[in-house]
Design a protein around this ligand. Structure first.
Ligand SMILES: Nc1ncnc2c1ncn2[C@@H]1O[C@H](COP(=O)(O)OP(=O)(O)OP(=O)(O)O)[C@@H](O)[C@H]1O
Length: 201
């Protein structure tokens, strides 16, 4: 079984984060705006300098080039980056059929990235990340731009995919309802530390 270990991670004002996750685990992280949630994900993805070690199945983050690490430990930032003009160019030809749960028509693959709404971008960024077969998924408020119905639909789809692929997930969320629906464990950033939320263990 896949294991991800965060050992004494410090990044920005956040200090001494210790976490151990196994395949299928969804750890939700909440905290005030600016408390360091995104930076923590960026540290785990090897996108931000930090102290401490991150280990995936006994392989240390620093032992491989960042881009190789990020193929396995994939971050979906709140504001996703797109490199080509058309949506379809970001997907391999055999991966251009979108799951119906995303509520996007098949023509989406022919659309230009410029025309995408923020909610469409967000759903496509998640689909793109999953298509690359990561072992760890780092989700930064993945449903922030979606209405309630679409949020539930995407949550359910993600939960199925996470179970089926035995993925390890760190999921930043503000909505306590969402955290209760998806989290195996919940941590909250309080000042400079990541604290377990009572009742979530
Ligand atoms: N590369 C950086 N160097 C220095 N400070 C940074 C850097 N990136 C972010 N910060 C600062 O670190 C703090 C935490 O930022 P972060 O984006 O992690 O917050 P957050 O908890 O995700 O907030 P929000 O909920 O508003 O997205 C902020 O004060 C931010 O300005």
């Amino acid at each position: 079984m896949t294991t991800l270990t965060l050992d004494n991670i410090s990044v920005g004002a956040l200090e001494g984060v210790n976490l151990s996750l196994q395949g299928g685990d969804i750890v939700c992280v909440s905290g005030p705006s600016g408390s360091g949630k995104s930076r923590l994900l960026r540290a785990v993805a090897d996108l931000d300098p930090h102290q401490g070690t991150v280990v995936l199945d006994e392989v240390q983050q620093g032992s491989m080039p960042g881009h190789c690490w990020r193929r396995q430990v994939m971050m979906v930032p709140a504001d996703s980056q797109w490199w080509y003009e058309d949506v379809g160019a970001h997907f391999e030809p055999e991966q251009r059929t979108l799951p119906s749960a995303l509520g996007l028509p098949p023509e989406t693959m022919n659309w230009t990235v410029n025309r995408l709404s923020s909610g469409e971008r967000q759903r496509l960024a998640i689909a793109r990340a999953l298509a690359r077969q990561p072992r760890v998924l780092l989700l930064d408020e993945p449903t922030a731009n979606l209405d309630q119905d679409m949020t539930h639909q995407v949550e359910n789809w993600l939960l199925e995919e996470i179970r089926a692929r035995d993925l390890i997930v760190i999921w930043i969320a503000h909505d306590i309802g969402q955290i209760e629906r998806v989290a195996s464990r919940h941590y909250h950033i309080q000042g400079s530390t990541l604290e377990p939320v009572h009742g979530s263990h």
